[in-house]
Design a protein around this ligand. Structure first.
Ligand code: FPP
Length: 226
């Protein structure tokens, strides 16, 4: 029996290099990257096996980037969510943000909340965007929430207190680097990891399908024996 890719998580890397290779500003790469977000999300929505797609859109460390790039990413995100509401609804896609949203502007927070509410009843793919997300920050926030409620910390209680408790089956990173960059560390405990040199704006559904096909042939043992 082959593996099922129920939950796919992606570290979308390489936007800046894609733009620079074309003599363009890094922000042009992010804009092109947003098109790949739409392409890959639509592909997942049309694939019955994939239930959840989690995309690393902005990390807790990304605030260290130049102010103009951060501002551009915030505007792009807001524009994307507003423009794509139709795509979410038509594709029966539920939008679920993860991360600490409290640092975002009131306007962006309102847009995030609106798309979340308007897609809450969609029953197809869950597209989760990791926004101001860092796995260490998520685990610390969860532990503090449990302590605040006087609860004991166990793998079960901590898992439930995280932004998401959905185990990742397949984690893909584009852009050539082989690291997890503080993304879904808890949930990826038994994820299969795939790395590709392709820069995120160039990532196609054909390559995505090839990775999923390869993932299906991997023997997953979850620490046991077969
Ligand atoms: C990494 O590329 C990408 C990001 C830090 C942001 C991800 C954003 C997008 C894919 C576009 C907008 C997203 C949505 C959901 C609309 P990088 O800038 O680190 O690339 P580099 O490694 O080549 O510099």
């Amino acid at each position: 029996m082959s593996n099922r890719a129920r939950h796919i998580a992606i570290i979308m890397d390489g936007n800046g290099r894609w733009a620079q290779a074309q003599g363009k500003n890094r922000t042009a790469g992010h804009e092109k990257g947003a098109e790949t977000v739409r392409r890959i999300t639509t592909f997942c929505a049309e694939n019955d096996e994939i239930e959840r797609l989690t995309l690393y859109a902005f990390s807790t460390e990304n605030w260290k980037r130049p102010k103009l790039e951060v501002e551009f990413l915030m505007k792009l995100l807001e524009k994307y969510l507003k423009n794509e509401l139709k795509t979410y609804l038509e594709g029966n896609i539920r939008f679920e943000p993860i991360g600490d949203l409290s640092s975002f502007s009131p306007s962006l927070r309102k847009t995030i909340e609106r798309v979340r509410e308007e897609t809450a009843r969609c029953s197809g793919l869950v597209q989760s965007l990791a926004l101001n997300y860092g796995a260490q920050d998520e685990i610390v926030r969860a532990a503090n929430a449990l302590l605040g409620r006087g609860e004991t910390i166990s793998a079960e209680s901590l898992g439930h207190a995280l932004d998401t408790n959905e185990n990742v089956d397949l984690l893909i990173r584009t852009g050539g680097d082989h690291r997890l960059s503080n993304f879904l560390l808890w949930q990826s405990a038994y994820a299969e990891l795939f790395f590709t040199d392709t820069l995120w704006p160039d990532f196609t559904t054909a390559e995505f399908e090839r990775i999923i096909k390869k993932f299906k042939t991997v023997e997953r043992r979850f620490g046991g024996l077969n």
